[in-house]
Design a protein. Structure first.
Length: 358
């Protein structure tokens, strides 16, 4: 029997990619960028160990689609990070991969030209170049790990990683997280279920062996040591938000029961804001007040933010894209973002230093 009747029956093409080594030679790490990444990772780890009293905030566009707008946002955020850095550690949200419920644009790596041309080789290089540029500004970055091969191309430039609500339950992503070089936030499931995130923390903290690729692009068995800096990200669910004091207390109980560190990050967007960006400031303010009233488990926040408010569909004529406006989830604008972060800093700056003193 002819092999074509058995192999790759539904595959139209197999396009060979540059290896991680190839792309890293084209876009090599610099000393300045490396210092930013190492400092960012160490800071988040110290926050998770309750050795740094500050809270970290992963803030930025829902997804990156316009490099000029991303650079402008990074420059603004870097300036604000200096201003609020005694209280808030700002990490730019730089999301290149977008999980889709059904179909839709899958992100800059998958489709950098937003036209279904799917030039993944170019997308990987664009993504690495942008991360390198932002790191050289002195601003740490965070992203969502979706495709299990992408970390080999990008992981050295990231300070924090999320595993999304649709993939927290995935064995593949738990294994991948166990080997990532960054702290990893696991989101609760889209229905709000917390158990999948708790289970993911336990799984990712342990060693795993699984199939992947090495820096030369060769198939390899990756053997990990486990990642002890996993933590829960509360993003709400179909049954409603989960950042309220009761839900936070119940989540703390689950962490204690499973002998896991009391570390929670609250996603101010998604179901916690009912996908309405106008509610994000209210979510942040509520959680800040929980900290003021004695909460010790909330160590970070996520905010979907862009230069301009809202979102837009991707038009057939790409020249009609509005500058600084999200093409995925709706975001708060820069003015609102700066106000949110300055107000949070003002309320927390005198309280956080003594938070873990006892």
């Amino acid at each position: 029997m002819h092999p074509t009747l058995l192999n790759n029956v539904n595959v139209a093409a197999l396009d060979v990619l540059l290896t991680p080594d190839d792309i890293k030679r084209r876009l090599p790490m610099t000393d300045t960028a490396a210092a930013t990444v190492l400092t960012g990772r160490d800071t988040v780890q110290r926050i998770l160990d309750h050795q740094d009293h500050r809270v970290f905030v992963v803030v930025g566009p829902c997804s990156i689609h316009d490099l000029k707008a991303a650079r402008e946002y990074a420059q603004r955020l870097r300036e604000l990070a200096n201003e609020v850095g005694d209280t808030l550690v700002l990490i730019m949200r730089v999301y290149f991969e977008k999980p889709r419920t059904t179909v839709g644009w899958k992100g800059l790596i998958n489709d950098p030209h937003l036209d279904d041309s799917f030039n993944v080789a170019e997308g990987l290089q664009i993504a690495r170049a942008l991360l390198l540029e932002i790191a050289e500004m002195g601003l740490p970055t965070g992203t969502e790990a979706l495709d299990p091969l992408c970390p080999q191309y990008l992981d050295d430039l990231l300070a924090w990683t999320a595993i999304g609500a649709r993939t927290t339950e995935s064995q593949t992503h738990r294994e991948m997280a166990s080997g990532l070089s960054t702290p990893v936030g696991f989101k609760n499931a889209t229905n709000g279920n917390l158990d999948v995130a708790i289970n993911a923390l336990q799984s990712a903290a342990r060693p795993h062996s699984f199939l992947g690729i090495n820096q030369h692009g060769q198939s390899a068995v990756i053997r990990t040591t486990g990642n002890r800096y996993g933590h829960v990200v509360l993003r709400g669910g179909t049954e409603g938000p989960n950042y309220d004091t009761v839900t936070i207390a119940l989540c703390e109980q689950e962490l204690i029961k499973n002998k896991l560190p009391l570390n929670l990050v609250v996603d101010c967007s998604h179901a916690n804001a009912r996908k309405d960006p106008a509610l994000q400031p209210l979510v942040l303010n509520d959680c800040v007040h929980q900290i003021l009233e004695g909460n010790r488990s909330i160590v970070g926040f996520m905010i979907e933010s862009n230069l301009e408010w809202g979102n837009q569909p991707i038009p057939a004529d790409r020249s009609q894209l509005k500058y600084g406006v999200s093409v995925t989830d709706a975001c708060v604008d820069w003015t609102t973002t700066a106000k949110m972060l300055r107000e949070a800093r003002a309320k927390l700056k005198d309280v956080l230093p003594g938070r873990f003193a006892s």
